[in-house]
Each structure stands twice: as structure tokens, then as C-alpha cells.
Design a protein around this ligand. Structure first.
Ligand code: AHR
Length: 493
């Protein structure tokens, strides 16, 4: 099979927002407890924070982390998670039928973010929570001394406000599983009033309204239209959530998932445009894809009233990593409308890192995320890709090659991200530079294997890792690569 890519650094889509490289840490399963915070582990510091996990999170360089949920937030009283630990109540988390000890809360999360150099993206409880609770946490986080909640933060040890920029107005409020589920109309009314109060406390914050929790909801995409129409003046982003799956064990179709990602994204982008036109509005609302990942094997979210239950602990394989890589290609191809995204989640729960008390391993999906997070900056480029195809059961003919590219004029560096979906043979790929050709390849990395189901594990943590490959030569304004079957390659130029 063959493919040709025409690349021109003048053919740009948009700036790449750094916040598309975000993560999500929910109080559920072992994401926070035993993931980030694990006082019993020999690998934790004096504050109970796992040093090995922090190192991996630093490497992934999440630009924002969404917290504390997720479904969890819809029953969460944020005041339970602050102040002296011995006074914090133990509660039942109804979302995941788990026991929440509140030993980790807002202040601990802010410390983690500050060490990671990441922006906290806080979600407020619009399920059981009130408008007043939402305003109070903004005061707690963002105001200087002088009033009850800002003084409380200082009393709890943080003199300086945290300056939290991003705030989610609830989570998946369209879902029947959500504690406090609302209709689109009722959610919008509550979100507008919460937004008003939150912005009266701190007018500089940016707000994300709940879009549909998936494209499979009956109310999709009407929910999104109604929420946009009602909350338009208050919000900056509309959220999208989406989880990919290969339930039929049909690798060919699974690797063609890009179609569905793009359909969903295009529908939401068009709905935003429709509402903007209807309102004759000058402002823009962007998309925050604040939950995305592969999730279909570990669906049981019942924690049996345990603390830190082992739920949603998906172990990822090569084909999942290739889907994640293509997903991030979609992010670059739609960089004009997509300005935030959060990989769900960051540790243990559908995550790139898996821990046990005495160690951790990096999952296959760790590597494509790392490559994009490290190298996709500046501007997203619109590539012209001519590729051979293969037949799939679900999507008909699909290109064997999936590609995206970035170019950073400041660093004078560009990166081409390539997925060879072909399961059986290599794809000879020619990159033709239509603008000035780079002198050489700086470095090229690859993740590949023969078995789409190959995984990493505690026993074999490096079964599948991304490694550097011999840099191909740029000759006569072209670069030719032999991409192995089932591979992801990042070529840094
Ligand atoms: O990420 C796991 C869960 O998936 C989140 O809590 C929820 O928002 C979504 O349904």
C-alpha cells in the first residue's frame, strides 16, 4: 500500500491551543486514592503524593487537569474536602457506590497542579449542589483575603489565591445516571444562574457548559442546541464527551473510528455556528472535549461501598493506542474549533498510567499522548493526503494512512503524525514538501507491533514502547518512509 502527503506550512488551520493536552482526575476508583495520593506506598512523599506518578504526569505535560469529576462531582460537597484532615467527613459517593474519605480535596489538588505546572479545571456540582456553593468555591479559590471563603483558604494554609481560570458548569447533566439529572431547559437555567454568581465573584473566569454526554444519547444533538441557545452569553466552551470501543472485536473498523470522531465534532461545531448565527453574535464558543478515551472492557462502575475500589481499570493494547493517536490527529485537524480536551483519566481509571503500591507501568496509550503533547505546537496544518484504502465492515473504504501535522514558526520545528492502519503490510509514505523543505529529520519515534492486542503489564512493562527510529533522509524536497503495519510514527522536522 502507498500514500502521499502534500505538506505546505502556509496551509494552516489554526493555532494549536495547548489546552487540548489536558487530563482528567476524578474521585473515583483508584485515580485519586492509590493513584495520585497513596500515603501507604513507599513511593509516596511526606504528603502522601506518589513521586513516580508525578514524574510520569510531568512527562505527559498535561496543560490542564479537570477535577473532581465526572459523575462524582454531582453529589460532592467541596467543603468536605478542605481543612484539617481529621475533621473531614467520610461519605458515600452515590455515583460510584464508593466510600469517600475526603483525605484529598481542593487544596491538595491545587498543590499537585502547581507542582505539575498545569492549570486546574474545576467542575462545580450542579446536581445536588446550589448556585451559592458554586459561587463559594470560586471565592475560596480565587479571591484575596477579606471574606469568609477566601479567609478560610488562608486559614487552610494557602495565602495566595489559586487563580483557577477554567470552571465546568456541572457534568453530564443529560445522563439518567447523573445524580440530579436535568432536562436541557432546566440545566440551562441553573447553569446561567450559577455562571452569573460565579462571574460576580471573579469576572475573569472561563466557563464550560455541559454538552451531550455522548452522541448516542436520544437528546443529542438537541440538548447541545438548547444549552447553547440558553447559556450562550455566559459560556466560553461547550463540553463533548466520547468513549470509543471495539466491542465486536473488529480491528479494521475500530481503526477507522476517526469517521465517528469527526462526525461528532462536526455536528457540535455546526450547532455552535447555527446558534451563533441565530443570535447574530460576535463572540465565539469553542469545544472542550473534556472526556475522551477508549473505554469498553471495564464497564462495572459499582464500587461496592469500598474505598478506592478497582473499577474501570482498562488495560490498553496496541490497537487502542492507534485509536488514541488518530483521535489526536482529529484534534489537530479541528484545531480551529477545539480549544480544550481532557484525556479521561490520568491514573488507573481508564488511564495511561497503572499503579500498585510498589510500582507503576505506562500503558500503550501513554506513548501517542506523549508524542503529541511534546511536539504538536504552533499551528495545525491542513495536509493533502492521498492514500490507498482498505475495506471495513462499519465504515466502507477507509484510508490506510491517517495523518496530521503541526508547524511551530517560533521553534522552527514541524511534526508529522502518522498512523498506518494497515494490519498486514507496510505503507510506503511519501511526504512532499510544497513549501520550503526541512534540511533533515531531527528525530522520529515509532510505536508498532504485529499483535493488535499486545499490552504492557507490571510483569512486562516495556512490551510496547515508543522508540526512536533511524531518521529518513530529506531528498529533492521529499521524504519517504516505510511505515510498518499497525504503527504510529511521529517525525519531527
Ligand atoms: O470518566 C468516567 C465517567 O464517564 C465520568 O465520571 C462521567 O462523566 C462519564 O460518564
Amino acid at each position: 500500500k502507498t500514500a502521499t502527503i502534500y505538506l505546505d506550512t502556509r496551509r494552516t488551520i489554526s493555532d494549536i491551543s495547548p489546552y487540548i493536552f489536558g487530563g482528567f482526575a476524578e474521585h473515583m476508583g483508584r485515580c485519586v486514592y492509590e493513584g495520585i495520593y497513596d500515603p501507604k506506598s513507599p513511593l509516596s512523599d511526606e504528603n502522601g503524593i506518589r513521586r513516580d506518578v508525578m514524574e510520569a504526569l510531568k512527562e505527559l505535560n498535561f496543560r490542564s487537569i479537570r477535577y473532581p469529576g465526572g459523575n462524582f462531582v454531582s453529589g460532592y460537597n467541596w467543603e468536605d474536602g478542605i481543612g484539617p484532615r481529621e475533621n473531614r467527613p467520610v461519605k458515600r459517593d452515590l455515583a460510584w457506590r464508593s466510600i469517600e474519605t475526603n483525605q484529598f480535596g481542593t487544596d491538595e489538588f491545587m498543590k499537585v497542579c502547581s507542582e505539575l505546572g498545569t492549570e486546574p479545571m474545576m467542575a462545580v456540582n450542579l446536581g445536588t449542589g446550589s448556585i451559592q456553593d458554586a459561587a463559594n468555591i470560586v471565592e475560596y479559590c480565587n479571591l484575596e483575603a477579606g471574606t469568609k471563603y477566601s479567609d478560610l483558604r488562608i486559614q487552610n494554609g494557602s495565602e495566595q489565591p489559586y487563580g483557577v481560570k477554567f470552571w465546568c458548569l456541572g457534568n453530564e447533566m443529560d445522563g439518567p445516571w447523573q445524580v440530579g439529572q436535568l432536562s436541557a431547559e432546566d440545566y440551562s437555567k441553573k447553569a446561567v444562574q450559577a455562571a452569573k454568581a460565579m462571574k460576580l465573584i471573579d469576572p475573569s473566569i472561563q466557563l464550560i457548559a455541559c454538552g451531550s454526554s455522548s452522541s448516542e444519547m436520544n437528546s443529542y444533538p438537541d440538548w447541545d442546541r438548547v444549552v447553547l441557545e440558553e447559556t450562550w452569553d455566559q459560556i466560553d466552551y461547550l463540553s463533548m464527551h466520547y468513549y470509543a470501543y471495539n466491542r465486536d472485536d473488529d480491528t479494521g473498523s475500530y481503526l477507522g473510528y476517526t469517521r465517528l470522531f469527526e462526525q461528532h465534532l462536526n455536528t457540535i461545531a455546526a450547532t455552535i455556528q447555527y446558534v451563533k448565527a441565530k443570535k447574530r453574535s460576535k463572540k465565539d464558543v469553542f469545544i472542550s472535549w473534556d472526556e475522551w478515551n477508549v473505554w469498553y472492557r471495564e464497564m462495572n462502575g459499582n464500587g461496592d461501598w469500598q474505598q478506592a475500589p478497582h473499577i474501570l481499570e482498562e488495560v490498553y493494547n496496541l490497537e487502542d493506542a492507534l485509536v488514541v493517536a488518530q483521535w489526536m490527529n482529529v484534534f489537530l485537524k479541528h484545531a480551529d474549533v477545539l480549544k480544550m480536551a481532557s484525556l479521561a483519566q490520568v491514573v488507573n481509571v481508564i488511564a495511561p498510567i497503572m499503579t500498585r503500591t510498589d510500582g507503576m507501568f505506562k500503558q500503550t496509550i501513554y506513548y501517542p499522548f506523549l508524542a503529541f503533547s511534546k511536539h504538536a505546537s504552533g499551528q495545525a496544518l491542513s495536509l493533502n493526503v492521498l492514500s490507498d484504502t482498505y475495506e471495513t465492515r462499519k465504515h466502507g473504504a477507509v484510508d490506510v494512512l491517517d495523518a496530521s501535522a503541526s508547524f511551530d514558526p517560533e521553534k522552527h520545528e514541524g511534526t508529522v503524525f502518522l498512523v498506518n492502519r494497515n494490519q498486514n503490510s507496510e505503507t510506503t509514505t511519501e511526504i512532499v514538501f510544497q513549501s520550503e523543505a526541512p534540511r533533515s529529520v531531527k528525530v522520529a519515534y515509532q510505536l508498532s507491533g504485529t499483535d493488535p492486542k499486545a499490552q504492557n503489564s507490571f510483569e512486562d512493562p516495556e512490551n510496547l514502547v515508543m522508540h526512536t527510529i533511524a531518521a529518513p533522509e530529506v531528498k529533492d524536497g521529499k521524504l519517504v518512509l516505510s511505515l510498518p503495519a499497525l504503527s504510529f510514527t511521529a517525525v519531527v522536522l
